[in-house]
Write a protein that binds this ligand. Structure first.
Ligand code: HAM
Length: 422
């Protein structure tokens, strides 16, 4: 035997027992999103590298060191998407969706970032990504947050908390940027290598540093909130009073700058204490400048993405797993003729009982083995078809849960009898 091939580090297999939780989340999310008028779209997993450089920003962790970038056989530089917003905005522009129109869109699927894997942080991870493109807010900002709050309620997750901030307009950020450069330059010897490089390129990213040695310096840095322009302040005030009137509690976090460059004004994160270091389960914000940056007409927009693995972990910890799907009927078979007939009988039952789970015993086995399999499957009813039953035109019907013996039932009446028992 040759050595088994290992999975790629940071990339997970999602096995059937976990899929139940994934499907539950997807189903609840789809229901909530549709109720708020969001439409699903699907965009490619691979885009031109340039798309992410122009949107996420050259001086971000993602673009500087986390992208899966490669040259394809035609010599183009392509990248596995590290997030979905850039691709969705690109798709809206490419397909002419934005000509005088606005769209509420959502998309789900895998994203790729070459981060250091740990609990809750993977190199392939899934997001449910929600975007409202063409909406200036602040009403949509509040509604998006209400939508996410509803998701937590429907998923029965009460341990997630909302933090919000406003990043202002690019103009107000520019004056803040100058102030920040002056502040960090005065302390240049205390900066780590990453921060020194970012000082001129993108000093706001220094605030994002995860290096504990930088914490004190960052905490004493000037606050963006003090540089907000009047319009952004009004926008933010309106969002806050909408959240108050909706009864959605939040904390203001003036240090929340987010790891992607396209944001302006509203940014927010839903965080939890229950997952350790990777505490953000859902995050997003407004990106009014991105459509223009990617070659479209000026279009305001806002969105968020939910980290599926992290929300699934919360569901698991909370014990909010729905029961796994069990078959309704398990068909036990014995004898050559019966085996041939059983495939057809199972198909007839599936026709007659749409939506019901009918599992046929496959691969033979004596009665004891087959009944063990039937029991393990969780089926409510076992049907027994042997050559002898076939001869008489009946099947044995046995309830596997609760009391009740075995009775014979004419084959033609089986659907009725089964329906009555379920
Ligand atoms: P993000 O904050 O980079 O934003 O990611 C959104 C969420 O994805 C995070 O809150 C987290 O739950 C999850 N996540 C991120 N990285 C990982 C990872 N390595 N492993 C597991 N989960 C992860 C965005 O991606 C923006 N596109 C969100 C957005 C949409 N903003 C506007 N529209």
């Amino acid at each position: 035997m040759s050595n088994p091939i290992q999975p790629v580090r940071g990339m997970n297999d999602i096995l059937p027992e976990q899929i139940v939780l994934w499907q539950h989340l997807e189903q609840v999310a789809r229901g909530v999103l549709e109720a708020y008028g969001y439409e699903e779209l699907r965009v490619p997993i691979i885009e031109h590298t340039e798309l992410f450089k122009r949107s996420i920003g050259e001086y971000t962790d993602i673009v500087e060191k986390e992208m899966y970038t490669f040259q394809d056989l035609g010599g183009d530089s392509l990248t596995l998407r590290p997030e979905a917003t850039a691709g969705i905005v690109r798709a809206a522009i490419s397909n002419g969706l934005l000509r005088g129109q606005r769209h509420k869109l959502w998309c789900s699927g895998p994203m790729f970032r070459h981060e250091r894997p740990q609990k809750g942080r993977y190199r392939q991870f899934y997001q449910i990504d929600v975007e409202a493109i063409g909406y200036a807010g602040p009403d949509v900002d509040a509604e998006l947050i209400a939508l996410s709050a509803r998701l937590w309620r429907e998923l029965k997750l009460d341990g997630v908390r909302l933090t919000i901030n406003s990043l202002g307009t690019p103009a107000s950020r520019l004056s803040y940027r100058e102030r920040l450069i002056a502040y960090f330059r005065a302390q240049e010897q205390a900066l780590d290598e990453d921060s020194r490089r970012r000082l001129l390129g993108n000093p706001l990213r220094i605030l994002d540093s995860k290096n504990p040695e930088m914490r004190e310096l960052i905490e004493a840095a000037p606050l963006l909130t003090d540089f907000l322009d009047e319009e952004s302040r009004l926008h933010f005030d309106a969002l806050r009073s909408a959240l108050d009137s909706l009864g959605i509690p939040y904390t203001l976090n003036p240090r929340l700058v987010r790891g992607l460059d396209y944001y302006s004004r509203t940014v927010f994160e839903w965080v939890t204490d229950e997952l350790g270091a990777q505490d953000a389960v859902c995050s997003g914000g407004r990106y009014d400048g991105l459509v223009v940056q990617l070659g479209g007409e000026a279009t305001p927009a806002i969105g968020f993405a939910l980290g599926v693995e992290r929300v699934v972990a919360l569901l698991q910890q909370a014990g909010n797993a729905p029961a796994a799907r069990r078959p309704d009927v398990y068909l036990v078979v014995s004898g050559e003729r019966a085996e041939r007939e059983a495939l057809r009988l199972a198909e007839r039952l599936r026709d007659a009982l749409p939506g019901r789970g009918v599992w046929l015993n496959l691969g033979g086995g004596n009665f004891k083995t087959q009944f063990r399999r039937a029991d393990r499957s969780g089926a409510r009813i076992a049907l027994i078809l042997g050559d002898e039953e076939l001869e008489r035109g009946v099947a044995g019907v046995k309830t596997l849960r609760g009391v009740g013996g075995q009775i014979d039932c004419p084959l033609a009446l089986l659907p009725e009898r089964i329906a009555a028992l379920l």
